[in-house]
Design a protein around this ligand. Structure first.
Ligand SMILES: [Zn+2]
Length: 133
């Protein structure tokens, strides 16, 4: 388990990349790290991590149910970060533009999600605010 390559495609092993965030042993220092760890959480179906890393302003009562419904249908197969702005250790907000590749259900066709995500600090921690295509 510890030697698997991280799903976020950083090239690092999971135990040295997103796993410490998933286990709450470390906190992402940048918006990009949080974005990567959320992508890995989607790939590994860690719904609770996705809920707790969503900003309270965006945490609808249905969020967990919606994530559980979609996460079983989706197989995430690749992530490419295109651009980041802000999101550093001295910032309060950040943006990450990325393309994530996935398959839906049993359909072998590869689909792409191209999103501009917004991140905001809340009580010192990076959280996902929202995203648009
Ligand atoms: Zn990772």
């Amino acid at each position: 388990m510890s030697e698997i390559v991280c799903p976020c495609q950083s090239g690092k092993t999971y135990s040295l990349c997103c796993q410490p965030f998933h286990l709450a042993k470390a906190k992402p220092e940048t918006a990009e790290q949080l974005m990567r760890s959320r992508y890995s959480a989607f790939a590994l179906r860690l719904v609770d991590f996705l809920v707790t890393t969503t900003h309270p302003n965006s945490r609808s009562p249905r969020l967990k149910r919606d994530l559980e419904a979609s996460i079983d249908e989706t197989t995430w197969i690749g992530l490419e970060i295109l651009k980041t702005s802000g999101g550093g250790s001295g910032d309060k907000t950040g943006k990450v533009e990325f393309v994530a590749k996935y398959r839906f259900g049993k359909d072998p066709k590869v689909l792409e999600l191209h999103e501009h995500s917004r991140f905001r600090r809340f009580k010192g921690n990076w959280l996902y605010l929202d995203g648009k295509g």
